[in-house]
Design a protein around this ligand. Structure first.
Ligand code: 4AD
Ligand code: MG
Length: 484
């Protein structure tokens, strides 16, 4: 007897060989037809039983959400909607599910709002939508490792607990084992972190970049793929307090090479998902079509999901300097008509997501890579350009902007010149005692190098068409919410 996954069975040829399928009941009709799902695919297998061959007691336990094992043979289906079905000889109840209790949960077979699903995050993966999203997420994660492995990158496991607040990427979560009610104090009455677990203040990391840079200086090309934490109070559909980031770092690569890598990488993983998640993406596409019907015309997706993904593969990302972008934005309709919340007046303004989305969705209508940002709005480690003809200072930064998402990745060429770096750190008040090890890199064989960070959830949002970052990670952590 063989135990088989539904994804394989639905592709298999009818056979007299007896097989067993284990899964959860999605529906049971006429005491005869069980739609069974085992998570291996969005599709259910139809199991046909002869009611007269089974006790009433057993039939009564074949309820939605119950776990069952069905044994039988794979036959050509008599009905519509499936090529093959399982002609069952035996049904075993593995785990019951009381219909009255099920009716109170999102497992009940009707349409539930995404908000309701979030409140039952432990059950939502058993719905079609979340099954599809989480399979796509897992396949994308695999594709990330596959891509870098094929390109000769090594994964670097950078620390999650860090003693330096160096990146300046966002607010950090502090970590402590001191008694919050009665912490040890210094003579000045401050909390004495010298007595804390690590003998100093420590935090959860906001990025593995700086450590990854040191590894690129030894292994040549590395990437990180791990959880990062930001205690910023941004309650948006694109921000999480805990999210997964992919950060490649490449020695001897300048910003152009970094842009090439970013574009090639994103296209590869999207292509991989299209090839390996076709059924899930087809389902999610239809889901979006249904969702769009409830929306006003202007808010609807301009393209069906698959077409949108193929569009990204077929077209070059448009590469535009910050200075060009500012000109476009300053002269744009929403700026002139004061429709932007933040109006663009001067060169040097930081771009908000409304501006990024205007550039991508309205002006260029394709993914855009913005580069060479003003020095003052970017991090200390980005390489300083020569002043332009108007004496303005920019750094070799890049942001990759995607339709419907905004910033999906951000990176830069790094400042490899010791003196310039040191001067910038001093100017920004970054203490050398914190980052002496980072400065050391510029003393021992410093080279041109570059990297970027891509927010994995934003990528999953793009590929699945989900509109809220809370719906593409199993247990979202956001301000005010760390349930489960
Ligand atoms: O732009 P960020 O802050 O860049 C860095 O952390 C650099 N150290 C990257 C590097 O050069 N190695 O973050 C990178 C990406 C963003 O483009 C965005 O996609 C994602 O991480 N991101 C978030 N995703 C979800 N929730 C949040 N709160 C995020 N903050 C950033
Ligand atoms: Mg950024």
């Amino acid at each position: 007897m063989q135990d088989r996954k539904i994804v394989a069975l639905l592709e298999a040829q009818p056979s007299m060989q007896e097989i067993t399928v284990r899964g959860w009941v999605r529906s049971f009709r006429n005491d005869r037809f069980i739609a069974l799902n085992d998570g291996s695919t969005i599709n259910n297998i139809q199991c046909v039983i002869e009611p007269e061959n089974h006790d009433r007691d057993l039939l009564d336990q074949i309820n939605v959400a119950a776990a069952v094992a069905v044994t039988g043979t794979l036959v050509e289906s008599q009905g519509k909607g499936q090529r093959v079905e399982l002609q069952a000889t035996k049904v075993e109840i593995l785990g019951t599910a009381d219909p009255e209790d099920v009716a109170k949960t999102i497992l009940s077979p009707k349409r539930h709002k995404l908000d309701t699903l979030r409140e039952q995050a432990h059950l939502r993966v058993r719905t079609n939508t979340f099954g599809a999203v989480m399979r796509v997420r897992a396949i994308l994660s695999y594709a990330v490792h596959k891509y870098f492995n094929e390109k000769g990158f090594y994964q670097a496991h950078t620390p999650i607990i860090t003693g330096s607040d160096a990146e300046g990427a966002g607010e950090m979560f502090r970590l402590s084992t001191l008694d919050p009610k009665n912490p040890p104090l210094t003579d000045d009455g401050e909390i004495d972190y010298g007595k804390d677990f690590f003998g100093k203040e420590s935090n959860l990391t906001v990025s593995g970049q700086l450590e990854a840079e040191t590894y690129a200086m030894g292994l040549g090309q590395v990437y990180t793929f791990g959880p990062t934490f930001r205690a910023e109070n941004s309650n948006t559909s694109r921000h999480l307090a805990e999210f997964w980031m992919i950060e490649p770092e490449v020695a001897f690569a300048d910003l152009d090479a970094n842009m090439d890598l970013g574009e090639d990488f994103i296209k590869y993983v999207i292509q991989y998902a299209l090839e390996h998640c076709a059924d899930d993406i087809a389902f999610l596409e239809q889901r979006l079509v249904n969702e769009d019907k409830q929306k006003p015309q202007a808010d609807r997706s301009p393209m069906p999901l698959r077409e949108k993904l193929e569009f990204v593969l077929k077209n070059n990302f448009k590469r535009v300097s910050y200075t060009e972008a500012i000109d476009i934005l300053r002269n744009s309709k929403p700026n002139k008509k004061k429709k932007f919340q933040y109006l663009i007046e001067e060169w040097g303004a930081d771009l908000q997501s409304e501006h990024e989305r205007y550039l991508v969705e309205k002006h260029f209508e394709c993914p855009v890579i913005l580069f060479d940002y003003p020095k003052n709005i970017k991090a200390f480690y980005m390489r300083l350009n020569d002043k332009d003809d108007q004496g303005r200072e920019t750094v070799r930064a890049m942001d990759i902007l995607f339709p419907g998402i905004g910033e999906i990745a951000g990176g830069s060429q790094r400042e490899e010149r010791y003196d310039v770096l040191k001067e910038k750190m001093d100017a920004m008040g970054i203490p050398e005692e914190e980052l002496w090890w980072y400065l050391d890199m510029r003393r021992f064989g410093s080279v041109v190098h570059s990297g970027f960070g891509l927010g994995f959830e934003r990528l999953v949002m793009f590929v699945t068409g989900m509109g809220n970052v809370r719906d593409v990670i199993p247990y979202p952590r956001t301000p005010g919410n760390a349930a489960f």
